[in-house]
Ligand binder design. Structure first.
Ligand code: SIN
Length: 287
């Protein structure tokens, strides 16, 4: 098989055409897909009407899967390899714990000492308009910095916290935030990471970074804001408009993303994500 690709944007992303991810795939066939994943940072597979087991099985081709111990409220009850991202209320009518997942710029599991290699998000339902996801190419973000800025950030570590910026407008959000703090202590990650497979340097920043190690929040925030604003300039970003049965696979080592809340919340947005385990890069530290 020689896969057919269609570029999704100037900065990153490609659609893989004519592939059914639920069908058996040889090592060589998957090798082509993985090469395209490393080259394009995001791969889109459309019209994948597959079962949860098939989603998990295809994801395992990318590596061992996270069972989401760090996010116990958010995983699927019988398939811990699946992380729910849904605004569907719970059976008792209370708001979903994952209603606001991903509403800030982040790279998955950056608040753990071995953050994710990549994620595969499957769309079950999306609103008529809005609810897109933005992705930024963090290689381009790093490479386009001045030499002076590269020198300044070379040895910095950002302290990443778990949790969502926007919490449900009731006690469940507060309880969840407290629980997240207990399970996931703050983790310091290098601001510049070398991708273990491509050898390229990428910026590793986002809105979960509270401050830089050895610096106060007040000192850190202007630089965090600058780096996030720089990395998310339009020319480094792809905006994905979801369709039912899309699967999007992204490389968390060289991208960050943000789910947009610009949609009618009475409409269902239901996604399920597998998260591929990565290699250690951070260490536990004080908040
Ligand atoms: C996530 O951050 O993994 C979820 C992204 C989305 O729902 O679009």
């Amino acid at each position: 098989m020689t896969i057919k690709l269609r570029k999704l944007s100037y900065a990153l992303g490609a659609e893989v055409l004519d592939v059914d991810v639920s069908r058996p795939m040889s090592e060589q066939q998957f090798g082509e897909i993985y090469r395209a994943f490393l080259d394009n940072n995001i791969l889109l597979f459309r019209n994948q009407s597959i079962s949860r087991e098939q989603h998990i099985e295809f994801s395992r081709r990318f590596g061992e899967l996270d069972r989401h111990e760090a996010l116990p409220r958010d995983r699927h009850k019988t398939h811990p390899e699946l992380l729910m991202v849904t605004n569907e209320p719970k059976a008792d009518g209370s708001p979903s714990d994952t209603k606001y997942t991903g509403r800030q710029w982040h790279s998955d599991m950056s608040f753990t000492t071995a953050p994710s290699l990549g994620s595969l998000l499957r769309c079950y339902a999306c609103p008529d308009v809005g609810g897109d996801t933005l992705f930024a190419n963090m290689y381009l973000a790093y490479e386009s910095l001045s030499d002076g800025m590269k020198k300044l950030i070379a040895d910095l570590h950002g302290i990443h916290l778990s949790g969502t910026r926007k919490l449900a407008n009731d006690d469940s959000g507060v309880v969840r935030a407290e629980e997240q703090k207990r399970i996931n202590p703050p983790v310091a990650q290098p601001v510049v990471r070398v991708h273990p497979e491509t050898g390229r340097k990428a910026l590793y920043i986002g809105e979960k970074v509270k401050r830089f190690e050895g610096m106060t929040e007040e000192e850190s925030q202007p630089l965090i804001d600058y780096l996030v604003a720089h990395a998310t300039r339009a020319e480094f970003v792809y905006r994905h408009p979801w369709r039912k049965d899309d699967i999007l696979a992204w490389d968390n080592r060289c991208t960050m993303h943000q789910a947009l809340g610009d949609f009618d919340e009475t409409q269902l947005r239901h996604m399920e994500r597998t998260t591929v385990l990565g290699t250690p890069s951070g260490y536990v530290t004080a908040a």
